[in-house]
Design a protein around this ligand. Structure first.
Ligand SMILES: Nc1ncnc2c1ncn2[C@@H]1O[C@H](COP(=O)(O)OP(=O)(O)O)[C@@H](O)[C@H]1O
Ligand SMILES: [Mg+2]
Length: 420
């Protein structure tokens, strides 16, 4: 008696975890796991990212999760991991995302040592297209790095993890320090105030790391790292010319330009993207074919083996972590009796279903993007709320797959000291 399988699934109800079969874990996040799920009716496979509410509240990341949920709703692009469903139960918040079975770039970097120029060049073009789209939506990702780039089964690159992403305003610079230190632009660590151009810097660090297996600016303490980012000359390995062309080196140099107004990708009004498209390194790219995912990726992940760290699976096995189970919600929760953070999640982590909900923006000034709405009252309020909470996870210490993950001073040097 009482077997969980006996109850029929109500597909007419709002989307919930009972609509999915749970399969294996493929990734580990700061507050939970990412696992493969199958929609029981459509039989489609997705990635389920789930976030333990208690852990998220303890680490003061409630606003981040709500922000991530909102931003994902307004994004839809071929080179971004798009949101399909969002919902919650009493313990977790859930994102159901496009499934990327080709693995993240941290995994490939570690398992292959380094990646060849033509492979990196192809990903760079796809990622540049995604970044330009995000910036047009007035979103800064702020945490671009190999861990947050995932491949689909064919080898196309996608940006994921909008946990510290924010909306920006053209009239105000951001100052909050968020992201992963080794990838942070000088204007972030130098507390100068920054805008979307920080993503082009992180993009440069990412390309450098994929090619040469190390990052150009490093240090064992937060102070040393800051100094390195602000002052160290950009050096390439002695054998760089064996690994990549001089145009490639020039491309990376142009992205890792400390002067924002000179940085590649950063000229306003779309000119930055023209500069990228016209750069000698990306001359051969057919951008129209690229954007419809018709270009053939030079690196196709081997789908016969797992393209992720199989030990994610073990945590639950060894009972280090609570296994995820389908659980019914308590009937009629009383909002007034809830802890304020629980209530905030309840009210603001709203259900999303791509089959029935039209994507929309939560930011009045952002819809449509070309309309200039100069409403001082509404502008920035959600952003201000979120940036006060963006300094994120402390739980990622020593976690290999999270190397260089969102930084707190106490955690990052451990990542940095780890051999890559
Ligand atoms: N859509 C997806 N398909 C497959 N794997 C994914 C997907 N999204 C994320 N992952 C994997 O899970 C890891 C953690 O997810 P991420 O969104 O980056 O969480 P966090 O915000 O905690 O860093 C990623 O580094 C990646 O390996
Ligand atoms: Mg991540």
């Amino acid at each position: 008696m009482g077997c969980c399988f006996s109850e029929p699934v109500d597909f007419d109800s709002e989307v919930n975890l009972f609509h999915f079969d749970l399969h294996r874990a493929v990734g580990k996040g700061a507050f939970g796991k990412v696992r493969v799920v199958e929609h029981k009716r459509s039989k489609k496979l997705y990635a389920l990212k789930y976030i333990d509410k208690a852990r998220c509240i303890k680490q003061k990341a409630v606003a981040n999760i709500i922000q991530e949920r909102r931003l994902l709703e307004e994004i839809d692009h071929p080179f971004i991991v798009n949101l399909r469903y969002a919902f919650q139960d009493d313990e977790n918040c859930f994102f159901v995302l496009d499934l990327m079975l080709g693995g993240d770039l941290r995994f490939h970097l570690e398992s292959r040592g380094y990646l060849s120029e033509n492979v990196v060049q192809f990903w760079a073009a796809e990622l540049a297209s995604a970044l330009v789209y995000l910036h047009k939506q007035r979103i800064i990702h702020r945490d671009l790095k190999p861990d947050n780039i995932v491949l689909d089964a064919k080898g196309h690159a996608h940006i994921t993890d909008f946990n510290v992403a924010i909306h920006y305003s053209e009239r105000r610079l951001h100052t909050s320090v968020a992201g992963s230190m080794a990838y942070m632009a000088p204007e972030v660590v130098g507390r100068k105030g920054y805008t979307w151009c920080v993503d082009w810097w992180s993009f440069g660090i990412t390309i450098y790391e994929l090619l040469f297996r190390r990052r150009p600016f490093d240090g064992r303490t937060s102070e040393k790292m800051t100094n390195s980012i602000l002052k160290d000359p950009l050096r390439f390995p002695d054998d760089a010319h064996k690994k990549c062309s001089s145009n490639c080196v020039k491309f990376v140099q142009a992205l890792l330009e400390r002067n924002v107004s000179q940085r590649l990708g950063c000229r306003p009004h779309g000119q930055g993207f023209q500069d990228i498209q016209n750069h000698a390194w990306l001359q051969g790219v057919d951008w129209e074919v690229l954007d419809i995912k018709e270009a053939q990726p030079p690196f196709v992940p081997d789908m016969k083996k797992a393209n992720f760290d199989v030990t994610h699976e073990l945590d639950e096995f060894l009972m280090v972590e609570k296994p995820l189970t389908h659980s019914k919600r308590k009937a009629n929760p009383d909002l007034a009796k809830m802890k304020p953070e629980v209530r905030q999640l309840e009210e603001q982590f709203t259900v999303y279903d791509f089959m029935s909900t039209k994507r929309r923006s939560y930011y009045p000034h952002n819809e449509p993007i070309t309309t200039v709405v100069r409403n001082l009252d509404s502008d920035q309020i959600p952003v201000v709320q979120s940036i006060s909470n963006t300094l994120v996870p402390t739980t990622t210490m020593g976690d290999r797959s999270q190397a260089g993950s969102p930084a707190l001073d106490t955690t990052w040097h451990q990542h940095m000291s780890m051999p890559l």
